[in-house]
Design a protein around this ligand. Structure first.
Ligand code: SAM
Length: 431
């Protein structure tokens, strides 16, 4: 019996082709012009397939669903032409997830978190509160087997706390790192076999143990089947973050995959504290009121005398000595001490506690530390991301995070790399 479709016999080819949409059909469904789609294809933002006989552009139906997914995760803002659209919902396993800075940045780039691990109760509560559908595994990573995610995740990410390995200069293997949290990260990668693994850390990892710790990590990832790119320190100020924070990024690509990853291109626009806390290009309202800590009276008395952008050297000399005590006679600028941030500069790196003597970040106009919501803004968390736990736990979660906009920039490049992989798989199937 011959089945007819559009008055023509339905063949294997027509069946296959109905899984695809023509460029005109796809354009209509997403409300864009065919010209825009052609340009996106040329620029690699939304890659089309080619119908084997006519060579016309066609799009997989799943690409449509993903397009909606991206629109949803970018706070319902109109999809920008610079957006890179995932060919399918790529899945992430996020380790050492904290309060989700990296996770929501990746989500904004169109990636989907299938599971997140975190040992800290309040951070895990924050993740659950904001994304009830995420699978949050609250436990020490050492107790978790990730075998069940094998083949289920495209990316494994993790900001493992940095620890030295004890080894004697030979090429390091996974077992040599046992007992460290990097070992647990690498074990999760080995168990799940994602296409890409991303480690993030403090800049200090570059020189930790004379660079040996980082070299050891690279050699372990190599041993378990991942080609590691040259590690890169990314400065958050170049990725729409109003803060001079830096993160070291380690990218591994599974060796059997022929995909290239490129670090995100720095932007020329630098945002300041004003952009973080006031209505403007970064946020469409002033920062909302929230809880925060206060300085003791004595400290307030010193900081009252510091102008925006100033620090302890702006005090009269006798007060400099009194405030700095022994540090006054030691070398180094100590520009973080008694520091008041100015509206017109990016904020200095936030730490886990907003009022520490070595890393003071006083509000520009008022003599007080930043509030919780101000802290969150400086890390580019959206205002509706609610932190759980006592105020000190909230500051800690925010201070530990990867800035959301930096994570989003990384996420877009992950999507770009995974799209390449998808296209190669499809081309192989078509051949
Ligand atoms: C640098 S923070 C991660 C920040 C997170 N990526 C973000 O962007 O918000 C590191 C996290 O690792 C968690 N952690 C430390 N040891 C752990 C362990 N043994 N198992 C699971 N999580 C752990 C800490 O509680 C902390 O939240």
């Amino acid at each position: 019996m011959v089945i007819l479709y559009n008055n023509k016999p339905l063949t294997h080819k027509t069946l296959v082709m109905k899984a695809y949409l023509s460029i005109a059909e796809f354009a209509e469904k997403i409300g864009k012009s065919t010209e825009t789609l052609r340009r996106w294809d040329r620029e690699g933002k939304l890659q089309a397939m080619r119908e084997p006989i006519s060579n016309y552009r066609v799009y997989k139906k799943e690409q449509l669903a993903l397009f909606e997914n991206v629109q949803m995760t970018t706070d319902n803002k109109e999809l920008s032409l610079n957006e890179i659209i995932p060919d399918r919902p790529y899945r992430v396993l996020e380790l050492f997830a904290g309060a989700g800075g990296l996770a929501i940045g990746l989500e904004k780039a169109g990636l989907k978190c299938v599971a997140l691990n975190e040992i800290d109760h309040w951070a895990a509560e924050t993740l659950r509160k904001n994304r009830p559908h995420w699978e949050v595994i609250e436990d020490d990573i050492k107790n978790i087997s990730f075998e069940k995610y094998k083949g289920e995740v495209d990316v494994v990410t993790g900001g493992f706390p940095c620890q030295a390995f004890s080894y004697a200069g030979k090429k390091l293997g996974l077992q040599d790192a046992r007992g460290t949290l990097f070992y647990e990260f690498a074990r999760a990668v080995q168990e799940t076999q994602p296409a890409i693994c991303i480690g993030e850390n403090v800049r200090g990892l570059l020189n930790h143990d004379g660079g040996k710790t980082l070299q050891g990590m690279i050699s372990i990832l190599d041993e378990i089947g991942y080609k590691v790119l040259e590690p890169r320190v990314l400065k958050a100020i170049y990725y729409e973050v109003p803060q001079k924070r830096e993160r070291l990024i380690l990218v591994g690509i599974r060796k059997d995959l022929d995909i290239t990853f490129k670090y995100p291109t720095p932007s020329k626009t630098i945002f300041t504290l004003r952009d973080a806390l006031k209505k403007g290009e970064l946020f469409d309202s002033d920062v909302p009121a929230s809880a925060g800590t206060h300085y003791p009276e004595k400290k307030k008395m010193f900081l009252d005398l510091i102008p925006p952008g100033g620090y302890w050297r702006d005090l009269p000399i006798d007060l400099q000595q009194e405030y700095m005590q022994k540090s006054f006679f030691l070398g180094g600028g100590k520009t973080g001490m008694a520091r008041r941030i100015s509206w017109d500069e990016p904020c200095l790196t936030l730490t886990c506690s907003p009022a520490q003597k070595q890393t003071e970040r006083c509000h520009p106009d008022e003599t007080r530390p930043f509030t919780v919501r101000e802290y969150a803004r400086i890390q580019t968390f959206p205002d509706d991301w609610i932190f759980q736990g006592p105020v000190s736990a909230q500051y800690k979660q925010i201070g530990n995070a990867v800035p959301v906009n930096l994570a989003r920039a990384m996420g877009k490049e992950i999507v770009r790399a995974l799209n390449q992989m998808e296209n190669l798989i499809l081309l192989k199937k078509q051949a």
